[in-house]
Design a protein around this ligand. Sequence first.
Ligand code: ARG
Length: 442
Amino acid sequence: MQKIDQFIGSFSFDGRLAEVDIIGSIAHTKMLVKTKIINNTDGKQIILGLTSILNEIRNGTKLGDEEDVHQAIEKELINRIGTVGGKMHTARSRNDQVVTSLRLYIKLQIKIVKKLINSFQKILVKKALDNIDVVIPGFTHLQPAQPILAAHHILAYAWMLQRDKERFTDCYKRTDILPLGSAALAGTSFNINRKYTAKLLGFQHISENSLDAVSDRDFAIELVFCLSLTALHLTRFCEEIILWMTPEFNYIKIDDKFTSGSSIMPQKRNPDCAEVIRGKSGRIFGDLIALLTIIKSLPLAYNRDLQEDKPPIFDALDNTKICLRVITDMISSLEFISEQTFKSTEKGFLAATEIADYLAKNNVPFRTAHGIVKDIVLYCKKRSKNLNELSIEEYNRFSKIFKKDIFKYLDAKNIIKMKTSYGGTSKKSVLCQIRNIQQKLK
Ligand code: ARG
């Protein structure tokens, strides 16, 4: 092949569309026979030829180098069955053919991604249940804020991923529209039956406007956006894994195989997998920007620029899927060092809000209560003491309202137990949350 033809073509990167392309062509041929646009004998020959190519491709046979995978398959068919193979391309164009293949491919991929997310969510729920009594500090601004259950923290990711799955379901709906039959841009004068082709290929709808059908890549942009958001959610968790594994936090252990040693510093275990997942989000977001930029300002209808849609789509899919697989395995191996996480709840005055709430429940305006507790914390800091190390007399110096029962409110486990609001961090609320997400994961 000439260098310039290679440059114009997409054969080097669209090979993975071979199967869906053939499936699309078989359905199109069946439609051509049904509508008597081609005769039964020709149709049978074409379908037999396509089926044999499909089987060989599935067994690993490579196609000859052509402008693109679609052209390569057509050439191969004509090589095998003669010029009758050329009848397959009646009443269609490469423009509607390419985007039909892409939609078929993305529909399959969405199902795979959703399954991977589901498996990861199941692991998160399992980890939540396995660690249901583990207490960790909750943070805001990365400053210790209030004690929470580790399970509650982990489940936050399960809900993000639940929304991700819903977004993929939504994206699927807009991908599930058959463009085939739009031909190059204007439709066709052949008496085709698009609904029949749609039925054969499992598309819910057929496109309404042939110009839009051949040039629309919204569904692909939406897919890569959904992948980006999933990847982003993974980076947030990975960032926490990285922090929690530092000797300063020392909250968790993960299997050694997800880390690596340093070539020079023998004491180190580096959280490489978490870092690579965090890093891969960069290229996935890049894929989204690439796709948006390729399609921006394109006049109707098909333009060859659109061919450049495939590398970013495939790259975003491949990388999101591998990240999901790796994070699922990595989190399966996660263990909390619960003595350590509990110890951390004793630092950082995590009970401060409880003390303010205590006063507010005893009729002190919350703003005033907040001021009182701020002073108590300052008092503790000066003396290097924890809130539970002050005497009731010391508490009473700040407010006479404090009774001995205040100490109940200073214990992390107790504080958590009291957070019984719906969606809160008490064990009771978290168990309810687990039941709810399990319902969705069935
Ligand atoms: N390979 C191209 C793509 O992926 C399709 C080429 C369309 N060719 C044409 N002559 N209209 O978009």
